[in-house]
Design a protein around this ligand. Structure first.
Ligand SMILES: C[S@@+](CC[C@H](N)C(=O)[O-])C[C@H]1O[C@@H](n2cnc3c(N)ncnc32)[C@H](O)[C@@H]1O
Length: 338
């Protein structure tokens, strides 16, 4: 790790990841011949390439400028100038984030103050406030990354962005709610899809217990076949829209094809991938959302085999593989059959 955050080279891409996962992100980028360089904790720089979507990146943007050792006022002016020079007419969504590390998180207030100061220096007509509308509005995300000693300005088309949340840090908690981390993983995964399971859809949930995912799916109006040898929460066990099959997912076969296959089984990734490939080959589900556990040190070689198994053996298409904000030693996979 460099002793101090390094400045990024304009035109290259700045990626941010979960702290501690820099080596995995670096390796992925190196395997893609994208010439990575470690800039600091949770920050890696690389060449930009079409359709580069590293699994271990939470967000990526093309570097427009980076600044070090500037006073806040001069920094805001310099950043605003760099942003104002971006070619019109796409509306801009201004976002600020810090690397997700103790040192980075201590800069959160500074990052927000910079974003507000820059916003005040730009014509309101160029800005879009609602990031949720960024894709449909054809907007670009302007990402201000405030790291220890360096501030980066990046830009990415919202339609190509890995996430619409600042730095890919998708916070889910809503007022009065205390969803489990498992439930938040599912919500974040569904967020990234063009459509979601809804009323009347049949979902199979492999590794369902204690039931965070099943609960969320039922709330959306779906019917759920929850497969897990372990027990479900009592309120789910008695829910008429839930059928609990208390056996191993490896022994289970659906009576008829499901709309969605969900899987959050705590099991070996290659064996889970083979099981999901079987579901794909047999046409047992149309859509897939699966959380793949990666507790091993060497994660990328396993991920490569998981991808290969799902696509080549399973026929799953449109595969995305991402370590989401709520994922720890794991990644979330989405795919579809047609
Ligand atoms: C992380 S938990 C799932 C959490 C769940 N998604 C939720 O939201 O509550 C992992 C589950 O995988 C289940 N599991 C492990 N091996 C399994 C197998 N062979 N078949 C079915 N479930 C399995 C475990 O019993 C455990 O309940």
């Amino acid at each position: 790790m460099p002793p101090q955050t390094l400045e990024a080279r304009p035109g290259r891409w700045l990626w941010t990841c979960r702290a501690g996962f820099e080596p995995h992100l670096f390796e992925e980028l190196a395997w893609a011949s994208a010439e990575p360089r470690l800039l600091g904790e949770a920050l890696v720089e690389s060449e930009g390439q079409q359709e580069l979507a590293p699994a271990f990146a939470r967000q990526g943007s093309r570097v427009v400028a980076s600044f070090s050792d500037e006073e806040p006022e001069a920094l805001a002016t310099a950043v605003a100038q760099a942003v104002a020079a971006l070619p019109p007419p796409a509306p801009l969504v201004l976002q600020a984030f810090t690397p997700d590390t103790p040192q980075g998180n201590a800069l959160a207030a500074q990052a927000e103050a910079l974003r507000d100061a820059v916003r005040g220096l730009l014509p309101a007509s160029r800005l879009l406030e609602d990031a949720e509308r960024a894709r449909e509005a054809g907007a670009r995300l302007v990402t201000l990354c405030v790291a220890p000693g360096v501030t980066f300005v990046g830009v990415v088309h919202a339609r190509e962005a890995l996430s619409l949340a600042p730095g890919g840090r998708r916070r889910m908690r809503r007022a009065g709610e205390s969803p489990s981390r498992a439930a938040m993983k599912l919500e974040e995964a569904l967020d990234g899809l063009p459509f979601e399971p809804g009323r009347g859809d049949v979902c199979v949930d492999l590794g369902a217990a204690p039931g965070g995912w099943t609960q969320r799916l039922v709330t959306r109006g779906a019917k759920v076949i929850a497969v897990d040898p372990a027990r479900l929460m009592p309120e789910l066990a008695s829910n008429p829209r839930v059928r609990h099959v208390q056996e191993s997912a490896f022994a289970f076969a659906p009576e008829e094809p499901a709309d969605w296959l969900f899987c959050d089984m705590a099991w070996r990734p290659l064996e889970v991938a083979q099981l999901l490939a079987k579901w794909g080959r047999r046409g047992w589900a149309s859509h897939l959302v699966a959380n793949i556990k990666l507790p091993m040190k060497d994660k990328n070689p396993i991920l490569l085999r998981v991808r290969h198994t799902l696509t080549e053996d399973g026929g799953w298409k449109g595969l995305t593989v991402r370590q989401l904000y709520h994922d720890r030693d794991e990644v979330t996979v989405t795919a579809h059959r047609r």
